[in-house]
Design a protein around this ligand. Structure first.
Ligand SMILES: CC(C)(COP(=O)(O)OP(=O)(O)OC[C@H]1O[C@@H](n2cnc3c(N)ncnc32)[C@H](O)[C@@H]1OP(=O)(O)O)[C@@H](O)C(=O)NCCC(=O)NCCS
Length: 432
């Protein structure tokens, strides 16, 4: 896998489909100019600013860890700039029970406005799924700009996230007294520690953040220095002095009223409940602040239970944050721990074919699954997206049945619910 994921040629079916429309679909080479043109095409596709030389230079190192695929139109006035982009890489995806599955992360999906709605994204996405399958990866994962695009390719929301706004005057701390201490630290001093803390903080539904991501988050890239200048870092050390969490935040002024600053939490990562309490209490009790905004938190966020007035913690938005797509049913289902012992026969439909079939899921007392194909009568029928939604434990098959995305006798749906749904909601802690 190590090298293969970058060197495997571009998917043949997609290459042919696009060639028939006069377009060239290939994996981007190592030429820096070609890589820079790809970066500019991604920025253009997401309506971001034209990248400056420094940013392009910094972006180049990221290509080493990605498979970068593009579509070119030789008849365009600027034929060297791709008209469509996608990048992808293998990554562990955490699953219920504490383990992980090898997943195909997909990002940077763009099609130039001049070339939209003529099937280019479909060719890119189907090419990505076939490539992932060729690499024997059981699941693909992405975060989405619009929730209307990826369902047709068998993806479904598998882990939701909430954006919270907290009224600090009402959010009087009633949670536990943390035993450790909060320290101010320089952002660069967090760089060696943060990935390890984040690794220990994960629940099901998260993927690895890459080195360049950490550098950007911590504002350590030269091109980011100005933008990150107002980001403060605090670290939580437990009573033994071990770092167990950190928060990155910026404080914003609110006109002339100095008592009404707002805080934007850039990230808050806690590997222990103690660190979680210590960091949140620190933020809630900052002077001159009346509101804290924080994104991508769990739908089960304990914070509401740690303040005098739970209505002080308002959900501003809830989103379908992580989307997954099951490519190998047996490997994907066997890769997680299930909640109870039991058996069920699932009929999975999948117009693209990857996940289609009838499968017996048999779970032993330890929550370990064995999945076999079977001719036995199906007990629950569901589409590949519905299976993806159930797989990480965050969506009940009963909900999907009520929505017409799954069917079966109530007893069978309840049995699948008992097997699959986890006490803790899955969560993806960042965008990729
Ligand atoms: C979203 C985007 C990649 C689609 O590219 P495209 O080449 O126009 O898409 P296609 O022509 O291949 O469309 C494939 C299917 O998706 C549908 N579709 C495409 N974009 C859609 C959108 N934004 N909303 C709803 N449906 C969409 C098409 O109608 C088509 O449906 P069908 O095949 O079932 O008839 C492109 O519009 C884009 O770059 N948008 C801005 C950047 C972005 O949001 N990227 C996605 C990041 S997650």
């Amino acid at each position: 896998m190590d090298e293969l994921f970058r060197t495997l040629p571009a998917d043949t079916d997609s290459r042919e489909a696009l060639a028939a429309r006069g377009l060239r679909y290939e994996v981007v080479g190592t030429d820096p100019d070609e890589r820079d043109a790809f970066s500019q095409a991604v920025n253009r596709g997401f309506y971001s600013a034209i990248a400056e030389a420094e940013e392009l230079y910094e972006a180049r190192e990221g290509f080493a860890d990605r498979r970068t695929t593009a579509v070119w139109d030789a008849t365009a006035v600027e034929p060297e700039t791709p008209v469509a982009t996608v990048d992808s890489w293998p990554t562990p995806l955490t699953v219920p029970g504490g383990g992980s599955l090898p997943a195909w992360a997909i990002s940077a999906v763009t099609v130039a406005p001049t070339h939209r709605r003529r099937g280019i994204a479909r060719a890119l996405l189907e090419g990505e799924l076939r490539t992932a399958r060729a690499l024997r990866l059981p699941i693909a994962a992405l975060t989405v700009s619009e929730a209307t695009i990826y369902g047709r390719f068998g993806f479904a929301p598998a882990a939701s996230a909430v954006d919270l706004v907290i009224d600090t005057r009402r959010a009087v701390w009633t949670g536990p007294q943390a035993a450790g201490r909060v320290h101010f630290v320089q952002r660069d001093a967090l760089r060696p520690l943060a990935p390890g803390i984040e690794q220990r903080a994960r629940v099901a539904g998260d993927v690895d953040r890459w080195p360049g991501y950490w550098d950007r988050l911590l504002g350590l890239r030269a091109s980011q220095a100005k933008k990150a200048a107002d980001v403060r870092a605090v670290r939580y050390d437990d009573e033994h002095g071990e770092p167990q969490g950190f928060a990155l935040y910026r404080v914003k002024e609110a006109g002339h009223d100095f008592s009404r600053h707002t805080i934007e939490v850039v990230d808050l990562v806690a590997a222990t409940t103690d660190a979680y309490a210590g960091l949140w209490r620190y933020l809630l009790e900052l002077d001159l602040v009346h509101e804290i905004a924080v994104g991508l938190r769990s739908v089960d966020e304990p914070l509401r239970w740690m303040v005098a007035d739970p209505r002080a913690v308002r959900t501003r938005a809830q989103s379908d944050h992580l989307w997954t797509r099951i490519l190998d049913v047996a490997v994907a289902l066997e890769g997680r721990t299930w909640q109870t012992a039991g058996e069920i026969v699932l009929e999975v439909s999948d117009p693209l074919g990857f996940a289609a079939g009838r499968f017996r899921l048999a779970v032993d007392e330890a929550g370990r699954a064995t999945v076999t194909t079977t001719d036995a009568p199906a007990e629950v029928a569901l589409d590949a997206g519905a299976l993806a939604a159930v797989h990480l434990g965050g969506t009940s098959p009963l909900t999907l049945a009520a929505a017409g995305r799954a069917s079966g006798a109530p007893e069978a749906l309840e049995r699948l619910h008992a097997l699959a749904v986890t006490p803790l909601a899955p969560r993806l802690s960042f965008w990729f």
